[in-house]
Design a protein around this ligand. Structure first.
Ligand code: BJW
Length: 237
């Protein structure tokens, strides 16, 4: 699986910030006065399901009013040039990578446009609301929750991600604070397996010192410039 991958790009909320999607830990953080660590948990959902549904229903609806930016498009351009050699691993639950043209994207923290049934554990493409407690299309129970990964839950696709990270030549982290594991540890894992590591972030992240190279500024400028540079070196396939 993913035998050809030579570049893994890990993305976080910062890559979508210039599209108008709020980040988690910057000043205008997404949870408005709550620490994300306190509210993005299964326990918080059990306590206040209505509140959590409203929050995700609003974010799902807001997806249709945001567009990919130059950083998303630059990664799609890189994929057009190198094909299966690139894998994007995103912590984001928006669909801006796909709408920007990327095809090989793993959503390790789930997707807004997916619902998970707590009754039968099946997942469904979902563009509507969940707060009104619709029945599961498969088992009929009214147990659908946002198909996202909260603290204490196991992120998706971990075997595939670790397998790719163990073989890549280049690991690049874009727009993530490095505050959340296991994603925050990918840089060390990739480096231990011989990869060169690069951070592209607005400001130095918590783990900035762990990277071989770090560039700071907005993703919509840094990512296209980095892609141009890389394609200048490797040429289109
Ligand atoms: C720009 C920009 C621009 C702005 N251009 N840049 C103690 C030690 C170590 C670990 C743990 C611990 N206690 C508990 C843990 C584990 C825990 C954890 O990490 N906790 C921390 C609080 C310490 N992790 C978990 O529980 C995870 N599961 C787990 O570990 O399972 C066990 C396991 C896994 C694998 C192997 C073995 C065992 C699950 C974590 C789930 C996180 N879920 C969330 C919510 C998802 C749904 C939703 O979206 O609502 O995921 S929390 C939130 O944080 C979201 C994000 O994906 C994630 C990361 O945030 P991100 O993307 O980095 O955003 P920000 O806001 O933090 O940063 C944005 C960055 O962009 C900033 O740096 C800005 O500067 C920058 N930026 N504008 C470029 N224009």
């Amino acid at each position: 699986m993913d035998r050809l991958v030579r570049i893994v790009v890990l993305t976080g909320a910062g890559i979508s910030a210039e599209s108008g999607v709020p980040t988690f830990r910057d000043a205008e953080g997404l949870w408005h006065g709550h620490r994300v660590e306190d509210v993005a948990t299964p326990e918080a959902y059990d306590r206040q399901p209505g509140l959590v549904h409203r929050f995700y229903d609003e974010r799902r609806a807001a997806l249709s009013s945001v567009e990919p930016n130059d950083a998303h498009r630059a990664l799609a351009r890189l994929e057009d040039a190198v094909g299966d050699e690139l894998l994007v691993v995103t912590q984001n639950i928006d669909d801006l990578h796909e709408r920007g043209g990327s095809r090989r994207v793993l959503h390790m923290h789930g997707r807004l446009r997916s619902a998970l049934c707590r009754g039968c554990r099946r997942r469904f493409e979902w563009t509507g609301t969940l707060g009104d407690r619709p029945p599961c299309p498969r088992c009929g129970r009214r147990e659908l929750r946002p198909d996202v990964v909260w603290f204490g839950e196991l992120p998706y696709e971990m075997d595939r991600i670790h397998d790719a990270l163990a073989r890549v030549e280049l690991f690049v982290s874009v727009g993530t604070s490095g505050a959340v594991h296991p994603a925050a540890g990918f840089v060390l894992y990739a480096a231990a397996h011989g990869a060169r590591t690069v951070e592209l972030n607005l400001v130095p992240s918590a783990g900035s010192h762990l990277f071989d190279e770090a560039r700071h500024g907005p993703a919509s400028r840094l990512v296209p410039a980095w892609v141009d540079e890389l394609l200048g070196r490797v040429g289109p396939s």
